[in-house]
Design a protein around this ligand. Structure first.
Ligand SMILES: [Zn+2]
Length: 324
C-alpha cells in the first residue's frame, strides 16, 4: 500500500543555523535498493527556505538551484537525500503549489505521447491511470488512443483548475492511495516526472505492479542524472532541486522496476518539445535576467515558439509478467 507521502524511519529535530526555526526531518536508507551504506556526497545541502515561494513545489517552475544533501548509493547508483523534510510539509507543499504553466504541460504531454505511442500500439485498450497528472494533458492522449476509463490523480488543486473541461472529467484531486483502486485492473500505469519527488518511489512502483493486470505496462519519465547535459551542468543542472528527493540513472530505475517484479524493462532517451520561454526559465541565469529575455521574446511573439531538445530525460517502459 502506498501514498505519495509515506513511511519514514525516524524523526529528528535539527537546527541548521540560528536564523532558521527548528525543522523536523526524517532519515531513510536508499529508496531504491534499501542499502544503508552511503557513498560519496553528490551535492551538499543548499537551502534558503525563506526564499521559497508558492512555486517551490510547482511543476516546470523557475529553478531555485537549491537542494537537500544528496549522496550516491554505492549499490544501485541512485543519488538520494538521506534526510528529508517532514512528509506533511512536503505533501502540503504540493497541495498548495501554484501553477502557471498549462502551455508547457500540454507540450510535455505531447512529447511523452510521441515517445510512447508506438511502444503501446500492441497493448490491448482498457483502464489507464496516471499519477501526478497535472492538468490531465496526457490523459487526453490516452483517451484519444482508446483507453477507457482514463483516470488522473493529482494533488494540486490549481493544476486541476487549469485543466480543460474534458480533462477535468478524468481528474481526481488528492494523493494516490493504492487501496482506492482495484487490484489486477489497469492496462497502463503512467507516472511522469514524479518519482523524484516521492519519499518512497519503490512503494509507488510496487503499487503499480499490484494494480496492473498481467501483461499490462508501466510507463515512467524521469530525469537521467547520467545524461550528458546533466553531467556537464553539474551543480547548475535544473535537476538539482529542493523538490528532488532522488535522482535516477538507467541502472537505478531498472533496479527499482526489477525489485517490484516488472519484466522487459526498456529505457529510452526522451526529446522534449517546449515553448522557448520554458527553456529560458531553466537556464542557470539570474531570474530577473531570464524574465527580461522572456519579455523581449514575448514582444517579438517568439516566446511560444516550440523548440525540441534532448535534455537528459528518459522514458522507461516495463511489463507485468503474464498473459493479459
Ligand atoms: Zn541503492
Amino acid at each position: 500500500m502506498a501514498s505519495v507521502g509515506v513511511t519514514n524511519t525516524g524523526v529528528t529535530q535539527l537546527r541548521a543555523d540560528d536564523r532558521r526555526p527548528v525543522e523536523k526531518t526524517i532519515s531513510r536508507t536508499c529508496p531504491v535498493c534499501r542499502s544503508a551504506e552511503q557513498g560519496p556526497i553528490f551535492v551538499e545541502r543548499s537551502t534558503h527556505l525563506r526564499a521559497l515561494d508558492g512555486y517551490a513545489y510547482a511543476s516546470r517552475k523557475n529553478p531555485e538551484f537549491m537542494s537537500l544533501r544528496l549522496v550516491n548509493c554505492p549499490s544501485c547508483k541512485v543519488v538520494y537525500a538521506p534526510e528529508l523534510p517532514n512528509p506533511d510539509d512536503i505533501k502540503r507543499g504540493y497541495a498548495d503549489a501554484e501553477f502557471d504553466t498549462a502551455l508547457e504541460a500540454a507540450a510535455a504531454a505531447r512529447s511523452y505521447w510521441d515517445a510512447l505511442s508506438s511502444a503501446l500500439e500492441d497493448l490491448p485498450r482498457g483502464p489507464a491511470i496516471e499519477v501526478g497528472s497535472g492538468t490531465g494533458a496526457f490523459l487526453e492522449h490516452l483517451a484519444a488512443a482508446g483507453f477507457s476509463p482514463v483516470i488522473g490523480v493529482e494533488p494540486s488543486a490549481t493544476a486541476i483548475a487549469a485543466a480543460t473541461p474534458h480533462a477535468k472529467t478524468m481528474l481526481c484531486l488528492g494523493t494516490f492511495e493504492e487501496t482506492e483502486w482495484p487490484l489486477d485492473h489497469f492496462r497502463l500505469f503512467a507516472c511522469f516526472q514524479t518519482l523524484e519527488h516521492l519519499i518512497e518511489p519503490f512503494e509507488l512502483v510496487a503499487s503499480a505492479f499490484r494494480l496492473l493486470r498481467p501483461g499490462a505496462r508501466i510507463a515512467l519519465v524521469t530525469h537521467d542524472r547520467m545524461a550528458w547535459i546533466n553531467r556537464r551542468l553539474g551543480r547548475r543542472s535544473p535537476i538539482i532541486d529542493i523538490e528532488h528527493l532522488q535522482l535516477f540513472c538507467p541502472r537505478s530505475i531498472c533496479t527499482l522496476l526489477d525489485r517490484a517484479g516488472f519484466a522487459d524493462v526498456k529505457v529510452l532517451p526522451l526529446r522534449n518539445t517546449y515553448p522557448l520561454r520554458y527553456w529560458i526559465r531553466l537556464l542557470p541565469l539570474p531570474r530577473a535576467l531570464k524574465n527580461t529575455i522572456i519579455a523581449g521574446l514575448s514582444g517579438l511573439t517568439l516566446d511560444r515558439v516550440r523548440v525540441t531538445l534532448a535534455v537528459g530525460n528518459m522514458v522507461v517502459l516495463a511489463r507485468k509478467p503474464g498473459a493479459g
